[in-house]
Design a protein around this ligand. Structure first.
Ligand code: C2O
Ligand code: CU
Length: 439
């Protein structure tokens, strides 16, 4: 499908009723589901989901509390669940082959972990993720602050795209090599799903928790009808809230926004495309809140972070290589796949680096390819180093543009074996992954 068809298909997205998500269960059952992805009147789409729906239920607790979740796999192939962005015990991280065995068909796995940080996270399959996540195996995971900010509504906004056929099924070819060598599997249909679907009032202050759950698409987002600030990235509060302009979410990235509603009609989530802005979804505005007094949007309380020891940091370089139109693709790589880090595709027996517990590392991420990559580290957050050499946002996934270099600083204080990979899941499938170990 070309861009024009993308726009025509998606321009009716806003007519679709919002998907309703259930409240935190203790059992998470992965199973085939049927979802109304296309507008009502069009066929429902056979997909995968949790507890009967895709997205899966909202998992929600307060900071410091325990998630106790029995995962049951009924999708007819192996699976496992990863809790993206949570700094938890390695054994609960959900990576088959590294932290646990794959959960076989009709088998179970008990995930139990404490939520250390307040913020916006998500969960998703980590087995054949490029296919299982594309089919719908994901959901939001929210950890509330002990003292939440003063807002009238706390709304989750999941942003996804799907590659649909004319018949309303998901197009197959999840391991299409042309996709993998380029931007990955991009959909021809995209939406923002808002939960809960309560109407809001002009003058209300809302918290919007945006999560890009797409397998491969980077979403620039413009939010109309509000005046607000970004208060957190990837679940972690910003020291000073940032302007809402130029919001870009790579796959797996999140942004928390606190905003005052200025429109009498709607909040609109726009995706700027080459053919103009495209409406991903909207929240209707009814009535007006006349009680709320104007006030500054202040920073969220920080999560507990170990400060890096930059004087004794180990320096490492991770160079992204391969893909279409690249030198490295022509020369070939160890591991024989499309993408590589430092000349190596896929996982090796030994880690990229073995850290002593608590060690600080400064890792130079060099993108020597023709495509952007969203690099994700499991079990930790890291600082993005800014142009001024100062420590910037504290994230778990960083977007590195084609040809760009970004340094990150991380305190490796969580023991275990942690994946480090591109979260464009088609790139991950085709070799852009490695792992580190913290002793
Ligand atoms: Cu969102 Cu390796 O994970
Ligand atoms: Cu990538």
């Amino acid at each position: 499908m070309n861009r024009r068809e993308f726009l025509i298909t998606t321009s009716v997205a806003a007519l679709v009723p919002r998907i309703t998500l259930a409240s935190t269960p203790t059992e998470l059952v992965a199973q085939p589901v049927s979802a109304q992805i296309l507008p009502v009147g069009e066929p429902a789409t056979p997909m995968l989901g949790f507890n009967g729906s895709t997205p899966g239920p909202v998992l929600r607790t307060r900071q410091g509390e325990i998630f106790d979740i029995r995962f049951r796999n009924q999708i007819g192939e192996g699976s496992a669940v990863h809790w993206h962005g949570l700094r938890i015990d390695n054994a609960m991280d959900g990576v088959p082959g590294l932290t646990q065995d794959v959960v076989e068909v009709d088998a179970e796995f008990a995930y139990r972990f404490r939520a250390p940080d307040a913020g916006t996270f998500w969960y998703h399959s980590h087995n054949r993720s490029w296919e299982q996540v594309a089919k719908g195996l994901y959901g939001p995971l929210i950890v509330e602050e002990l003292t939440p900010p003063d807002v009238d509504h706390d709304l989750i906004v999941l942003i996804d795209d799907w590659r649909m056929t004319e018949a309303g099924t998901l197009a197959d070819g999840f391991e299409n090599m042309h996709d993998q060598a380029h931007q990955g599997r991009l959909g021809n249909y995209a939406r923002a799903l808002v939960e809960p679907s309560t109407p809001v009032r002009r003058g209300d202050r809302v918290r919007l928790r945006l999560i890009n759950v797409a397998t491969d698409r980077i979403f620039p987002i413009e939010i109309e009808g509000v005046d607000g600030k970004i208060v957190a990235n990837d679940g972690m509060p910003l020291v000073s809230p940032q302007e809402l302009s130029s919001l870009i979410l790579a796959p797996a990235q999140r942004a928390d926004i606190i905003a005052d509603i200025t429109s009498p009609d709607q909040i609109a989530f726009m995706f700027p495309t080459q053919d103009g802005p495209y409406l991903l979804g909207e929240i209707p505005v009814e009535d007006a809140n006349t009680e709320r007094q104007p006030s500054e949007i202040s920073a969220l309380l920080p999560n507990e972070v170990t400060q890096p020891n930059l004087d004794n940091a180990v320096s490492l370089t991770l160079t992204m290589e391969g893909g279409a139109m690249s030198r490295r693709m022509m020369q070939g790589m160890m591991g024989g796949d499309i993408w590589a880090f430092n000349g190596q595709s896929g996982l090796t027996d030994t880690p990229f680096h073995l850290f002593e517990r608590g060690q600080t590392a400064r890792i130079r991420l060099v993108n020597d390819t023709r495509f952007p990559h969203g690099i994700h580290l499991h079990g930790h957050h890291f600082f993005e180093v800014g142009a001024d050499d100062g420590l910037g946002a504290f994230r778990d996934t960083t977007l590195v543009d084609a040809g760009e270099t970004r340094d990150i600083v991380c305190v490796f204080d969580n023991p275990g074996k942690w994946l480090l990979h591109c979260h464009m899941l088609g790139h991950q499938a085709a070799g852009m992954k490695t792992w580190v170990e913290v002793a």
